[in-house]
Design a binder for this molecule. Structure first.
Ligand code: BES
Ligand code: MN
Ligand code: ZN
Length: 429
């Protein structure tokens, strides 16, 4: 059984079965509300008659619903709205899954996480001339307003004061000002340490002075998909009112060639005080992420997960099937991999052994920003690991999974399902 998350509006869904939530008392989930309107309020009438109570663990299969394209609609009870939490949500998934297994449906569409994925896809697909760092900051502000999150946007002068010279070196060649965006969702206990999600927000990666080849360079508008997935996940968990504290940190800039751009051979000092020899200006993701990861420590995180379209090497290793997963703690890697498998948004645990670290040795600085062709996605993760020693950390390389190329070109919305599922599982514990 495949649970896919589809982008189209629910009433036009062609899946064999669409799953819709109904609360006890008759309140409809947002997706169910759309179906209700499309079907001339067939759902409301059914609920008013008492056919579907919305009690937790109850389900009801509908084989005909006028005005919608889905062949079947499975109504699933969400229980009392005021008691709905991650645990209820997981229970609902179990019951739904069991009900679907009794049918002949080969696939089903679920709308609990879908909204967040849509935001991620829409932002990813926007061209670089529209989706700039300033635009991303505005989207974060909108999200904050809609869901009462705390938002802050640091400007270049603020980053200068913090000593983020690695991050700033990436933006020197661009006319677009860089931004460091943070969003705080506090759904958990005041004292509970947050999970911090750090998303790479390169709104266009030309490679800089180490310019990329022209073919398919347009796809580097997708280099902000890590940031977009963090925003989508924040939206999803805020809509679920998840009982957990989660902070988003999004470093965002362009990488462009220009007289002011970084040169290969330049040396910069990161916020952590470590010096970096920039041997290739196209390895810019790690340069903005390292300062963002240092900054993340001020939220006193329980766990930090960064999400980045970081290396072409990861696409070679895992293709579009799985994201690369790296961590300084095996249990965290297992938890993330499990959430990915459960939500059909797979990630594969890759090694982060010390033996790889020496590929980053520099004669002139604490490290260089590239480690040669061998094990390219691992040495990129090794670079980040030098800035994440003080907390539990994982890194998802989504270069192969965040978008599709060719005829089907478009953002996938991954890894919003993995991240959201991981957070749901944590909140349920
Ligand atoms: N954004 C790219 C990674 C990328 C490349 C993602 C192709 C998806 C498809 C990243 O900034 C980059 O350019 N990485 C370089 C690193 C290299 C210079 C060590 C790469 O992978 O080629
Ligand atoms: Mn690059
Ligand atoms: Zn990049």
């Amino acid at each position: 059984m495949e649970f896919s998350i589809k982008q189209s509006s629910p009433e036009n869904q062609r899946s064999a079965c669409v799953v819709l939530g109904v609360f006890e008392g008759g309140q409809l989930s947002p997706a169910a509300h759309i179906f209700d309107q499309a079907s001339d309020h067939q759902l409301s009438r059914l609920i008013a008659r008492g056919d579907m109570t919305g009690k937790a663990d109850s389900t009801m299969m509908l084989h005909t619903l006028s005005g919608v394209t889905a062949e079947r609609v499975l109504l699933t009870g969400l229980g009392k709205p005021e008691e709905f939490n991650a645990k209820q949500f997981l229970g609902m998934l179990r019951v739904t899954f069991a009900a679907l297994q009794k049918t002949i449906c080969k696939d089903a569409a679920l709308y609990a996480i879908a909204h967040g994925m849509k935001l991620t896809k829409d932002l990813g697909n926007l061209p670089g001339n529209i989706c700039t760092p300033t635009y991303l900051a505005e989207q974060a502000e909108k999200l904050a307003q809609a869901h009462k999150l705390k938002v802050t946007v640091l400007e270049e002068k603020d980053m200068e004061k913090l000593g983020m010279h690695s991050l700033l070196s990436v933006t020197h060649g661009s006319r677009q000002p860089a931004k460091l965006i943070t969003l705080e969702y506090r759904g958990g206990d005041k004292k509970q340490k947050p999970v911090v999600l750090v998303g790479k927000g390169l709104t266009f990666d030309s490679g800089g002075i180490s310019l990329k080849p022209g073919a398919e360079m347009d796809e580097m508008k997708y280099d902000m998909c890590g940031a977009a997935s963090v925003l989508g996940t924040m939206q999803a968990i805020a809509e679920m009112s998840l009982k957990l504290n989660v902070v988003a940190v999004i470093p965002s800039s362009e990488n462009m060639p220009d007289g002011a751009a970084s040169r290969p051979g330049d040396i910069v000092k990161s916020m952590a005080g470590l010096t970096i020899e920039i041997l290739n200006t196209d390895a810019e993701g790690r340069l903005i992420l390292c300062d963002a990861l240092t900054y993340a420590a001020r939220f006193e995180p329980d766990t930090v997960v960064d999400i980045a379209t970081l290396t072409g090497a990861c696409v070679i290793a895992l293709g579009g099937v799985a994201s690369g997963l790296f961590s300084n703690q095996d249990q965290l890697a297992r938890d993330l991999a499990e959430a990915g498998e459960y939500s059909n948004d797979k990630a594969w645990h890759m090694p982060l052994w010390d033996e790889y670290q020496q590929q980053l040795d520099s004669n002139f600085a604490d490290m260089q920003n590239i480690g040669g062709r061998a094990a390219g996605s691992i040495t990129a993760a090794c670079f980040l690991s030098r800035f994440t020693k003080d907390y539990r950390w994982a890194h998802l390389d989504i270069a192969g999974t965040a978008w599709k190329s060719g005829k089907e070109k478009g953002a996938t919305g991954r890894p919003v399902p993995l991240l959201t599922q991981y957070l749901i599982n944590r909140a349920a514990k």
